[in-house]
Design a protein around this ligand. Structure first.
Ligand code: C2E
Ligand code: CA
Ligand code: CA
Length: 398
């Protein structure tokens, strides 16, 4: 799952100069194209003379019947006016239809069925029946995916570390690594702007590994610089539920630890309940192998899903992270306090450490300390920081 999509995404866009052949009649099947700008001439050759079949422009889709039905080519295509083409790989089309979010799946289905109806066996027709809006939203989504794929290649994803403090003494216990996209034009982009799209395009794994590697490197440097005081500091890294239970996960993490020189005991992996619901046995087996390596496992956003209780005893967990939605209300609503108390006692009975997320006010920290929660994370203590800000911020703990 982790290799094929990147190589296809790297070839998505082609700029073809005026006159360049795109494909010739009878050549083996290839991808379909969306025209982003310029024009494309579809033609047939009769007795050495090019006979125009269609002239296509921005927003038009063209390709081979072979792409859709495994049939043969019926015409040739040539770029006019420096055409900028967006390539739709057959595999990518299927991938979107099968696995993408439902809206994109639907758009792709419409596109494919329209292509079938407009590109008949006799040759090409201008696919006017495809609404402009359809191609535009499709293009927009694909453009973002392509941009993300490019950012992955350029390693523009980095980790911001947010301190997690011990409620008993106020000291640093560890950090959570949160992915940030250092976008050359837009500046720092938060995960909401890329994780959902990366998940639907099956690219999120690459971001997770980049973020984990960056986080491990930062913590190793922090440990080198701070010595004994930082000995027990750990970093907690988010792994998307879509690939946690993959057999490669353990090897990847092992390789990242070796490459960055961070001891396994200084790494935690945060997963959400979606991992457990989709395939508990596979997830438990990956979790167990990680544990054997010395890596710890945290259950993130605890209390938000439905499966928490049923799965707690089947996963080798170390930490429960109580979701911010409960912490928000803990001092204001007695019901929230009851729920938080229940979650903490559940954590205690499973011998798990507990982290309260999203602490913004001192009274929340006081209440959670009184309720026996071990650790806390939130803006009250610190925001997530890139390494350049984190190192000076940590000086107070030296
Ligand atoms: P999360 O794992 O629940 O991360 C905590 C989010 O709460 C972070 O948002 C953090 O900046 C924010 N936060 C921390 N303290 C406070 C607080 O006191 N108040 C409020 N209002 N918010 C606080 P962020 O960085 O935008 O991340 C959002 C989500 O994106 C994360 O939620 C996580 O689900 C996902 N994510 C982040 N990095 C990665 C990654 O590397 N891989 C994957 N798969 N997902 C990631
Ligand atoms: Ca998290
Ligand atoms: Ca969380």
């Amino acid at each position: 799952m982790l290799s094929p999509s990147l190589s296809t995404t790297s070839q998505f866009r082609r700029i073809l100069p005026d006159g360049r052949l795109i494909f010739v009649e009878g050549a083996p099947g290839g991808p379909a194209f969306l025209i982003e700008s310029g024009e494309v001439l579809i033609f047939r050759e009769r007795d050495g003379i090019e006979v125009e079949v269609a002239r296509l422009g921005q927003g038009d889709v063209f390709g081979e019947i072979a792409l859709l039905d495994g049939g043969i080519r019926t015409a040739s295509a040539r770029a006019l006016k420096d055409a900028l083409l967006f390539e739709i790989e057959p595999a990518m089309m299927r991938r979107h239809i099968d696995a993408a979010d439902p809206v994109i799946g639907m758009v792709m289905d419409i596109l494919v069925s329209r292509l079938r109806s407009v590109v008949g066996p006799g040759g090409y027709l201008r696919p006017e029946s495809i609404p402009r809006q359809t191609t535009e939203s499709l293009l927009g989504q694909m453009r973002t995916e392509r941009e993300i794929a490019r950012a992955i290649r350029l390693e523009q994803f980095v980790a911001a570390l947010q301190p997690i403090v011990s409620l008993s003494d106020g000291g640093i216990a560890g950090f959570e690594a949160l992915a940030r996209w250092e976008h050359p034009e837009r500046g720092i982009v938060l995960p909401g702007g890329f994780i959902p799209i990366a998940e639907s395009a099956k690219l999120v794994g690459y971001i997770d590994w980049l973020c984990m590697k960056a986080a491990c490197l930062t913590l190793r440097r922090v440990k080198e610089s701070f010595g004994a005081v930082a000995d027990l500091w750990w970093v907690s890294v988010n792994l998307s539920g879509t690939h946690f239970a993959h057999p490669e996960t353990v090897d990847r993490i092992d390789a990242i630890l070796k490459e960055t020189g961070l001891p396994p005991s200084a790494l935690k992996v945060e997963i959400t309940e979606t991992v457990l619901v989709s395939d508990i046995d596979a997830a438990a087996s990956v979790a167990k192998s990680l544990r054997d390596l010395g890596v710890r496992i945290a259950l993130d956003d605890f209390g938000v899903g439905y499966a928490s209780l049923a799965y707690l005893h089947r996963m080798p967990l170390d930490t429960l992270k109580i979701d911010r939605s409960f912490i928000d209300q803990v001092t204001a609503s007695p019901q929230s306090e009851v729920i938080v108390r229940a979650m903490l006692s559940l954590g205690e009975s499973f011998s798990l450490t507990t982290v309260a997320e999203g602490i913004e006010r001192p009274e929340q920290a006081e209440r959670l300390t009184a309720l026996g929660c071990h650790y806390a994370q939130g803006w009250l203590f610190a925001r997530p920081m890139l390494e350049a800000q984190l190192l000076p911020w940590l000086e107070r703990y030296r």
